[in-house]
Design a protein around this ligand. Sequence first.
Ligand code: UFG
Length: 329
Amino acid sequence: MNVLVVGGAGYIGSHCVRQLAAAGHRPVVIDNLVFGHRRAVAPGVPFYDVNLGEETAVGSVLEEERIELVMHFAAYAYVGESVHEPLKYYFNNVVATLGLLRAMRAKGVGKFVFSSTCATYGIPEKMPLVETMPQAPINPYGQTKLDVENALKALARAHGLSFAAFRYFNAAGAAEDGAIGEDHDPETHLIPLAIDAATGRRPPLQVFGTDYPTPDGTCLRDYVHVDDLSRAHIAVFGQLEKPGAALFYNLGTGTPTSVREVINAVEKVTGKKVPRTEAPRRAGDPPALYADASKARRELGWAVKFNTIESIIGTAWKWHSAHPEGFGR
Ligand code: UFG
């Protein structure tokens, strides 16, 4: 299929582009390079430096490239920032996405794969999280993703749009061959910060909160390899053949891992100490978030290849040690 990957130069999008090509599809990328990296996209992949909300420009790409399905990864995703700058998040994550959907409708493109998040669940009452549990986001970032999920449901009903929304848990790791990986600016995620603390590129890691009601007092998260996430996006294609399909899937390994366990695994993989300090809780961090991903396994035949935290961190370490400056700026 000809697949438009919106945000294909970003972390998860760029891994998906490679998986699409490996599976015999034809990816086409649009990315405004605000957070994406041109070098994350192989030279042979058609690339357009376009904003997703620019309906006319996006419409031309859809038409010229004979796009059959759109995957949408482009979003602002800093939870803390979303609290302080909600307009930025609503405009980019909701309004611009509606522009993209309108361009698709105008050009008759009826299949859509959307990056949603476990942040749409808010602070869950029960764990592991199942797709049918209540969604009550506690920050604008999660709310913008839920708003798009709801718009997609309405479009499926009204116009027969077929979509899958994937609720990611903690995307981590890098391509197995070390060619591309995680490079955020600013970086806020635990694994890259722990690796950089170990190599001395950054100051000691701050452990945000050691008094959570968890076995070792630190937060539990569900780290899932970025290539495993990407494979689910392709595994869903068959389900989108049915007009009006409205599908939601959690993507996680189902294994809760604490911050301390991540640090231990980084030390094991790198063979270096992770200098650290204990710091207060970070605002907005739920104590535990992990997935029941049995629906994706059952319906998509999805299975994770990287099922230990060490195997995920191993790929991140390969990328970061070979590219300490990321893609370069
Ligand atoms: N953490 C630290 N020190 C750090 C960074 C993180 O202790 O320097 C802790 C956090 O408190 C959290 C865990 O490590 O307990 C993971 O934090 P990340 O920032 O790596 O990831 P989050 O779980 O906060 O964020 C992820 C996604 C978001 C999504 C969110 C939903 O990256 O896009 O889950 O809660 F919104």
